[in-house]
Design a binder for this molecule. Structure first.
Ligand code: SF4
Length: 387
């Protein structure tokens, strides 16, 4: 039976961060209680649809899953275990906000079998954290990190973010230096994207005039500064023993995130909870994003959509090439019974001539220049309908 992954969406946060466009919100205890009941019901229903499949990873994301008491997370994990076949040694991650962690929660997570923590730090500078609307200080993060180590967590990711308003290269360097000093097993380093609809958009969003001139909005680092931050990240994390295995993800040997790798190598994943999306047996489907509807018992938003063979090939290419190891020629052949050159030969030749991809030991991957313009490269793998 084909392996699968489970994603559990916990959409609650203490308050909304100024840059956040995730499906998350503050909520009272009654809504949280109803939500957990409904979530368990969905887990039971989905286990009937996909019985007996071995589960290689579970990921509690949000939102802020750590806002819930440890006993509630244990209850959800018990429900998953009762209904799905969790493989021994499966990676089980929970996303945590430093302002919401304590020994009691961490101890219960451990008992529930959670073996990986993902801590959302974003910046080691308190002024930047405040500007982002985060509920914690750097000191809070240090306490949480220390507490997690003492509770026995030996697989920890730290999320950090560059390109923040008012941020200078020096401060980004400090964030990376402080974080690597703690020796987490994994670091996710993203660049801020100012999303429409967020409070940041009103302040820093591109107005037409700025966009026309190709300039950055006031207070955001310039393109040159952003490039410097990016170059520093790649070089510094490499020097500190973190292997870059995906565009924004770095890990010490043996600590790549199994769950996220699953998204890029097209493993089946089932998302449960508000707005969660799934890809099972080449069918894509998403849950409703309306809390009211979800609590009433409606789950799916729209119909399940079966990807055509063409769409599966496209995804194989542009998801697989997010990873620095790229895609395997043999895997493509196995998946589609046709060589990658038969389908993409001309495009790959062109991208190779442009210095954006390279062909190495049966694998095709992005070059450093290719990573810089990855969206352009990925767009080249989209085919016309009739192909
Ligand atoms: S903690 Fe995360 S999910 Fe919650 S509002 Fe902030 S960025 Fe969004």
């Amino acid at each position: 039976m084909r392996e699968m992954e489970i994603y559990v969406h916990i959409p609650f946060c203490v308050q909304k961060c100024s840059y956040c466009d995730f499906l998350s919100m503050p909520a009272d205890d009654d809504v949280k209680k109803q939500y957990i009941g409904r979530l368990k019901e969905e887990i039971r229903q989905m286990s009937e649809e996909y019985p007996g499949r071995p589960v290689k990873s579970v990921f509690f994301g949000g939102g802020t899953p750590s806002i819930l008491p440890g006993s509630v997370i244990t209850g959800i994990m018990d429900c998953i275990r009762e209904n799905f076949q969790i493989q021994s040694g499966a990676e089980i991650t929970i996303e945590c906000n430093p302002g919401t962690l304590d020994v009691s929660r961490l101890t219960q997570y451990k008992k529930a079998g959670i073996n990986r923590l993902s801590l959302g730090l974003q910046s080691a500078d308190d002024k930047e954290l405040k500007l982002l609307g985060r509920i914690h200080t750097y000191e809070d993060f240090l306490k949480s990190f220390d507490c997690a180590r003492k509770c026995g967590f030996d697989n920890i990711n730290v999320d950090v973010m560059s390109g923040l308003p008012t941020q200078k290269l020096k401060s980004w360097e400090q964030t990376l230096k402080k974080v690597t000093g703690l020796k987490p097993e994994h670091i996710s380093a993203y660049g801020l994207i100012v999303e429409e609809g967020t409070p940041f958009w009103k302040i820093y969003g591109y107005d037409e005039e700025t966009r026309r001139k190709g300039e950055q909005p006031l207070f955001l680092p310039s393109e040159e500064e952003e490039r410097q931050m990016y170059a520093f990240t790649v070089e510094y994390l490499g020097k500190k023993g973190y292997e870059r295995y995906e565009i924004s993800n770095y890990a010490r040997p043996g600590h790549q995130c199994i769950h996220n790798r699953g998204y890029w190598d097209r493993s089946d994943y089932l998302g449960v909870g508000l707005g969660a999306s799934s890809m099972m047996d080449n069918c894509r489907f998403s849950n409703t994003g309306s809390m009211e509807e979800y609590l009433k018992g409606r789950t799916l938003e729209g119909e399940k959509y079966r990807l055509s063979r063409r769409e599966q090939m496209e995804e194989f290419m542009f998801l697989g090439m997010r990873m620095t190891e790229g895609i395997s020629r043999t895997d493509f052949l196995k998946a589609f019974q046709v060589t990658v050159d038969f389908v993409y030969g001309d495009i790959l030749k062109k991208l190779e001539q442009e210095g954006l991809v390279r062909d190495e030991k049966g694998r095709i991957c992005l070059t450093d220049r290719g990573i810089d313009v990855s969206n352009y490269v990925f767009s080249q793998f989209l085919m016309d309908e009739e192909e």
